[in-house]
Design a protein around this ligand. Sequence first.
Ligand code: HMG
Ligand code: MG
Length: 302
Amino acid sequence: MTLPTRVKIVDVGPRDGLQNEKQAVPASVKIELVHRLQAAGLKAIEVTSFVSPKWVPQMADNAEVMAGITRLPDVHYSVLTPNLQGFEASRASRPDEIVVFGAASETFSQRNINCSITESIERFAPVVAAARAAGIPVRGAMSCVVGCPYEGEVAPERVGYLAGLMKGIGVQHIGVADTIGVGTPLKVQRAMAATLKHFGLDEVSGHFHDTYGQALANTLACLEMGIWQFDASVAGLGGCPYAKGATGNVATEDLVYMLHGMGIATGIDLNRLIDAGEYISTQLQRRPNSRVAVALLSQRAG
Ligand code: HMG
Ligand code: MG
């Protein structure tokens, strides 16, 4: 078993984490969160999404947040763009990467982006073409790769089918997402294997929500396959507005702690990451949803 020696983490907290917040989170707080994440050493941050403000009101300040960030040259700032309208709206913000997002489950596709899987690919194709013509890298995200809140278990063949469609329209990197965190290691490995039939090892990342406490185990199962890129959310923020009961992504703090403990480099300063998580948790008036953060914060308190 050869594990990667280095892992790239994309912190999706400002987007995936905050999109589901019922309370209004001011743009200034989102901007400060991004600043603290980059100060902690994150080199890739998913900042916001250019989606309909009627569907996801929390992301309505997308352009304001992007404009407010003091960018570092070696940090990549990505945004979600579900259609050409979103892509065009994102252009002024100069994203370093855009993300089109589909689902392996037909019902989730309808609930999340209001169209079928086939229609979603038809919508994404011109977005991908326009982004690539403008020199902007394109990531695809596949939701519900193990289970769907409406359809139950999702077969790996469904994942492979969507991965093939994404590859076919020119998506360069694919995120394999367990949206509702129901996956367990062998099931996640099967979803990954189905994806790896269409994308190379360096073009695939894991995106694991931690609803059932399986995200770190699922991550380890992927590391064993050589996958070295993962999304995580500082303080375990989040959930999906179209996946009832789903909680946030694996906490970045927990992921970093595990990786460092295994001798795998991330470039992230865990202490400063804890600070970033404490900042946003205080703003939201709750404790970080990270076992590692809670443990280290109580140690600090002495
Ligand atoms: P639609 O209603 O089918 O779109 O929504 P439409 O083209 O028919 O347009 C209807 C209205 O929406 C129009 O406005 C458009 O202008 C507007 P009206 O004329 O009624 O005033 N509109 C837009 N406004 C702003 N930005 C846009 C945009 N597009 C249309 N880009 C749409 C289709 C995709 C827009 C809608 O369903 C939507 O916004 N959905 C939000 C989905 C979302 O953000 N979900 C959460 C993120 S995905 C996720 O969390 C999963 C992930 O983390 C991986 C995982 O864990 O699984 C990535
Ligand atoms: Mg997600």
